[in-house]
Design a protein around this ligand. Sequence first.
Ligand SMILES: Nc1ncnc2c1ncn2[C@@H]1O[C@H](COP(=O)(O)OP(=O)(O)OP(=O)(O)O)[C@@H](O)[C@H]1O
Ligand SMILES: [Mg+2]
Length: 258
Amino acid sequence: MSPLLACSGLTMRFGGLTALDALDISVGKGETIGLVGPNGSGKTTFFNVLTGLYKPSAGAVQLAEQDLFARSAQEIGRAGVARTFQRSRLMLDQTVFDNIALGALNRLDLSLLSALVLRGRFRRQLSELVERATALTRRFNPQIAANLFKPAGSFTMIDRRRIEICRALVGAPRLLLLDEPSAGMTHEETRALMDDLLAFREEMPDLAIVLVEHEMDVIRRISDRCIVLNFGKKIFEGPFDALIADREVQTAYLGGAQ
Ligand SMILES: Nc1ncnc2c1ncn2[C@@H]1O[C@H](COP(=O)(O)OP(=O)(O)OP(=O)(O)O)[C@@H](O)[C@H]1O
Ligand SMILES: [Mg+2]
């Protein structure tokens, strides 16, 4: 069976710098990939290219056999790729609902016409979205669901991360890209967030996840398979135990970063 995501020869150059160097990366339906590597190795760039923020310089990208190479962010979102950002992108003054609704824009018909002329349809979509946001946030923390119309900034760090993940999930993606979800959180908070993700994954067994993470405990717990980048090249691919034992990974990453 062909993989959900298949990237081959994926290359991203910024002037003279090759941030992604002919990457071949595949992700199967329902699979969780742990993506690691030193600072500046290309992990976020990989997400930025996959989600259409950057136009790749060369290569091929397919999602479920749909060609997504150099497509717009909106097309890619509609095809089923969603992400969170390394640095929080919540609008803290806006409500939780407003933040989550942004993640559904690809799916909603929010044109001026539908807003003005087809008010009934617009209202129906909106109330469906409230239901979806309530159900999603409740899975992570009932307190978020109960306060959907409070500003996102009034929540704790871990709840803000949960809200960001809900924003990515509300469009029902097939592939979820998480860029260092544990950044800035305590060990306890990280563990709680990973428990949430594991529970969520059981409910959505088809959802594929690529998780960028520096905490190796998290990678061990959550990954089916690991990929290591160094200077934009894939230097390792395989199970966590083999990653830990790999010489090149030890030199490039584990020795240097820890
Ligand atoms: N928009 C850009 N313009 C120029 N260079 C960039 C741009 N974005 C990323 N780079 C460069 O590409 C390389 C890879 O950066 P990237 O942010 O993908 O690394 P990373 O693996 O996510 O690192 P970290 O673990 O610190 O988040 C770096 O050398 C970075 O400076
Ligand atoms: Mg990064």
